[in-house]
Write a protein of this length. Structure first.
Ligand code: FPP
Length: 247
């Protein structure tokens, strides 16, 4: 099983991805295949989050972005949605102090207005508490959709043009970046999806223009720190050209 997860090339030294973004897929199937409720998979998934977060500094990862809840996930049964939000609250309350102590700077991306006020307050509180940290930049996407993010950014830019504070021909890629939820963050070097699906599901569409992608078969609750390290090492074997020719 582990061999299947390992990168095709033997592990070798090479550039390490500074920013890894992960689509944590497969919690539901992990649980269902064991005859457990789907929420049991999410709970196990949250434990994996801690393990992967803790492994980042040793792997040279300075930025980790996690897709926790998409704008489409509201279509799931209410009990699952409520359960997921209970987990997010518990994670922030339980892991918050540890993240502060470990020097993580936590940010949340995604539209917040649809979230319960108490969750919004917990999120804002953890962001404020970790503002000065920079050992690991942990970004968690909740109620995030790439089209929604670009739409919200476009509306704010259009407002500025209408208000006369910005000229339409002064809108540059940097203007767009500055209006995205990820403003100030570097683009991901590597985007990883677990659970054998070859889709990006609206995750960071603008930011991933030059990212490398890795898809692994393991379901998120089975995705270990060792498998993560193997993917990170595999990244070093790739040649990134950013549209240019090999140098
Ligand atoms: C995808 O599995 C996973 C999610 C929709 C939720 C991700 C949430 C966690 C890992 C829990 C905690 C997260 C944090 C940041 C504390 P799925 O349900 O789509 O799986 P399936 O495709 O097998 O149904």
């Amino acid at each position: 099983m582990y061999e299947l997860m390992a990168p095709r090339e033997p592990a070798g030294e090479g550039p390490r991805p500074a920013h890894v973004a992960i689509i944590m897929d497969g919690n539901g199937r992990w649980a269902e295949s064991r005859g457990l409720p789907r929420l049991a998979g999410h709970k196990r998934g949250a434990e994996r989050v801690r393990e992967i977060v803790e492994s980042c500094p040793d792997l040279g990862i300075t930025h980790l972005t996690l897709f926790a809840f998409s704008t489409e996930n509201w279509k799931r049964p209410a009990s699952e949605v409520l359960g997921l939000f209970r987990l997010f609250r518990r994670y922030i309350k339980k892991e918050g102090a540890r993240l502060v102590a470990e020097g993580a700077r936590v940010r949340f991306i995604g539209g917040r207005e649809r979230l319960e006020a108490d969750l919004q307050a917990l999120m804002g509180g953890l962001e404020a508490q970790t503002l000065d940290n920079d050992r690991l930049h942990l970004t968690v996407a909740i109620n995030y959709g790439g089209r929604d993010e670009i739409l919200r950014a476009t509306r704010r830019i259009a407002e500025a043009v209408r208000a006369g504070t910005l000229a339409a021909d002064e809108v540059t890629p940097e203007t767009i970046e500055a209006h995205l939820d990820t403003a100030g963050l570097p683009d991901p070097d590597l985007i990883l999806r677990t659970s054998g699906e070859y889709r990006v599901s609206g995750f960071l569409p603008w930011q991933s223009a030059y990212s490398e992608f890795a898809f692994v078969d393991a379901r998120w609750p089975d995705f270990t720190a060792e498998m993560f390290a193997a993917q990170v090492r595999g990244f070093g074997r790739r040649e990134r050209r950013f549209g240019a020719v090999a140098g």
